[in-house]
Design a protein around this ligand. Structure first.
Ligand code: SAH
Length: 248
């Protein structure tokens, strides 16, 4: 993979400052859904920063139920990019042009996600956009926010090749007794952990080549400050084993 881009002249090089930073339950890349809105229970925040932390910038934005977030793939940026990638939707072993995919390994590591805007708050001079359905790593730098405008942005009859349909929810998710006991401790919690864990695991976060194969590995994933262990107990069923608080 290549880290440096060769442009024809400096006029084609740009510098942007982040206008916000994401707070997300997803602390690592593993188990983040492959697109926004697949996991509606994922709640996050865009914390505006610097001179963009001014409530005037978002005046009237609450008229819009959904927003486009334009961001930097900061977690994979240093790994550079490649002209051909293997999209998980094609099973992870067919190569496709990077610009024909939503891969993170792009010439410019810029991503875009439509998320739901739940509310906007300004407290102690800090403006925050509260969002849900996000597919973003904690700490993701946001370089632009735009309202989602359905009459123009949603093209219902568009062709989308290998990504035409939402991935099927392949796995059913069950909780062990130990896990159920853990979840009771968090019942009053507004993070809705049981639903979040279920929606995340339903998507089958394992690498694409593992789908439909027996797999006795115990996986760990982190959501918020929790480490959650799970295992496939049938080709289509995940058992969530336990959950522990990550001590920092
Ligand atoms: N909706 C975006 C992202 C699609 S790729 C777009 O289409 O541009 C989705 C993957 O991006 C997720 O599975 C997650 O692993 C990865 N991701 C999310 N935030 C990231 C970040 N800040 N750095 C690197 N990878 C990130």
């Amino acid at each position: 993979m290549s880290n440096t881009r060769k442009t024809t002249d400096d006029v084609q090089s740009f510098k942007f400052d982040a206008l916000g930073v994401i707070e997300s339950p997803y602390q690592e890349k593993f188990a983040i859904p492959r697109q926004p809105n697949l996991v509606s229970a994922a709640k996050g925040k865009v914390v505006l920063v610097g001179d963009a932390n001014n409530h005037e910038l978002v005046r009237d934005i609450e008229q819009f139920s959904h927003l486009w977030l334009i961001f930097v793939f900061h977690g994979t940026q240093e790994q550079g990019w490649k002209p051909l990638v293997r999209p998980p939707r094609l099973g992870g072993n067919v190569k496709t042009g990077v610009l024909a995919t939503r891969s993170t390994f792009r010439p410019n590591p810029i991503g875009m996600s439509v998320v739901k805007l739940d509310k906007v708050t300004t407290e102690k001079k800090q403006t925050i956009l509260h969002i849900s359905g996000l597919d973003l790593l904690n700490g993701t730098p946001i370089i632009d926010i735009k309202p989602y405008v359905p009459y123009s942005d949603a093209i219902i009859d568009a062709d989308a090749g290998f990504a035409q349909k939402q991935p099927e929810e392949v796995l059913s998710v069950i909780f062990s007794e130990q896990m159920q006991a853990e979840l009771i401790k968090y019942e009053q919690d507004d993070r809705n952990l049981a639903l979040l864990i279920e929606q995340v695991l339903k998507q089958d976060p394992r690498p694409a080549y593992k789908r439909g194969k027996t797999d006795d590995k115990v996986y760990g994933m982190s959501l918020y400050d929790l480490n959650i262990q799970w295992q496939l107990i049938a080709l289509d069923t995940v058992l969530v084993l336990n959950m522990t608080q990550i001590t920092k």
